[in-house]
Design a protein around this ligand. Structure first.
Ligand SMILES: NC(=O)N[C@H]1NC(=O)NC1=O
Ligand SMILES: [Zn+2]
Ligand SMILES: [Zn+2]
Length: 452
């Protein structure tokens, strides 16, 4: 008779392929059996009738800022929030930590920090900046998930934007090394000049900031990055696309054979310019939140599959950096990593008829595949890591600042009614979050990109 560690009985399993009722058994950190009535016994057996079991979310885009800016976030606080939101793995961006992840030595420092404190599994992005072309090979050897470049000012002095030559040559090298390049795509000349002009004229309000980063700046940068990727044969990922036309450029390039993908973020799907005006600094980001029309275009692209994944771009800062009357001076970055799945369930599933299997793909399965994480990640199937999130879709609640487990408990979603309560989050079979509390010790594993 089979002996399991954990048996989840009568759950509703959500995979990219569909929704089904089944028992699910876990042993040695893996899913080992899925069937309608599993025989056997387990150390722990739970009846999860009425609950949905999703693959644990893989958030491909967060800034946890450790080492060096742990007072902004840190792996312990950041990953507690992830677990509470149903996220079981994340990819940490190379900037906002000090040092930024630009070579093997800084990779090791960050790896050690994450291994000591992360409650969920992680991968690390390396940076592509002017001057580190000769470090890309060692970053590849370390196992970075990809290389991240900024095409506009990053807001962080020790992480410079790429010039065209660095991006072009970086992509050539990345192609040789089998690494994907991700870009923050905004035209630096347009955004910098418009920002400078507005500030010189003392126009420093919310609308002035939004107007300083027009959609055309995003479109131009996306096109340029796609052209370089096409010429170099490099795999390309456009992070946080904020406009429908930006997604269309990516979809068109993919259709003609360019290896390019994109993500959007919950804030572009849920907030509009009017919300930024009402909420203020807590909703400041770059590219900025757009119009209602743009938001609807993003939903249509998400529903049609043109946007294959969603990531949080959690970019936190202490409260005093999110205050002040000059909107250009306020930190640009939204804290939202805890709410990713619940926003997709609320605004996506309930309001836009986003199918649950598509949510499983957008948040987990596609992400693991696109970034060549282990085939054991991102899926609910025998042999896969037991990275799971149990959700009660019937339950809704109003998000309170006191619910937030990351370091600085601000969010543009406080007060918003969210449906789908995360009851339990398992990382490789270990329950990390249960009924509102973190119940484990940090034991996150490093994930590496596995050959392209
Ligand atoms: N440095 C940093 O985190 N920047 C991020 N914040 C934001 O709003 N957009 C970004 O790229
Ligand atoms: Zn960015
Ligand atoms: Zn970011």
């Amino acid at each position: 008779m089979a002996q399991y560690d954990l048996l989840l009985r009568h759950g509703t399993l959500v995979t990219a392929a569909g929704v089904s009722q089944a028992d699910l058994a876990i042993a040695d950190e893996r899913i080992v059996a899925i069937a309608s009535e599993l025989a056997g016994s387990a150390s722990e057996e739970i009846d999860v009738s009425g609950l949905h079991i999703f693959p644990g979310v893989i958030d491909a885009h967060v800034h946890f800022n450790e080492p060096g800016r742990t007072h902004w976030e840190g792996f312990a606080t950041g990953t507690r929030a992830l677990a509470a939101g149903g996220t079981t793995a994340f990819f940490d961006m190379p900037l906002n930590s000090t040092p930024p992840t630009l070579d093997a030595a800084s990779f090791r420092l960050k790896q050690q920090a994450a291994q000591a404190s992360a409650y969920v599994d992680f991968a690390l992005w390396g940076g592509l900046v002017p001057g580190n072309l000769d470090r890309l090979e060692e970053l590849a050897e370390c196992g970075v998930i990809g290389l991240k470049a900024f095409m506009s000012n990053s807001g962080i002095d020790d992480f410079q934007a790429v010039d065209d030559m660095t991006l072009y040559e970086g992509m050539q090298r990345a192609a040789q090394l089998g690494l994907i390049v991700a870009v923050h795509a905004e035209n630096n000349q347009i955004t910098s000049a418009l920002a400078r002009r507005a500030q010189e004229q003392g126009r420093t309000g919310v609308r002035d900031y939004l107007a300083s980063r027009p959609v055309v700046a995003e479109l131009e940068a996306i096109e340029r990055a796609i052209l370089f990727a096409q010429e170099t044969g490099c795999s390309l990922h456009i992070v946080h696309v904020s406009s429908g036309r930006g997604v269309r450029l990516v979809a068109a390039a993919r259709a003609r054979g360019v290896d390019v993908s994109c993500e959007t973020c919950p804030h572009y799907l849920v907030l509009t310019e009017d919300d930024v005006e009402a909420l203020g600094a807590v909703a400041k980001c770059a590219p900025p939140i757009r119009s209602q029309m743009e938001q609807e275009a993003l939903w249509q692209h998400l529903l049609s599959g043109n946007i294959p994944m969603v990531a949080s771009d959690h970019s936190p800062a202490p409260a005093d950096m999110k205050a002040g009357s000059d909107f250009f001076q306020v930190w640009g970055g939204i804290s939202g990593c805890q709410s990713l799945l619940q926003l997709l369930l609320t605004e996506g599933h309930a309001r836009h008829h986003l199918a649950l299997p598509l949510i499983a793909s957008i948040t987990a399965e596609y992400v693991a595949r696109r970034f060549h994480v282990s085939p054991q990640k991102g899926r609910i199937a025998p042999g896969c890591d037991a990275d799971l999130v149990l959700v009660n879709l019937q339950e809704s609640f109003s998000l309170q600042a006191s619910d937030l487990l990351y370091r600085h408990a601000h969010s543009p979603y406080v007060g918003r009614k969210l449906s789908g309560r995360v009851l339990r989050t398992l990382v490789r079979g270990h329950t990390v979050f249960l009924n509102g509390k973190i119940v484990a010790t940090p034991s996150g594993h490093l994930l590496k990109a596995q050959g392209r």
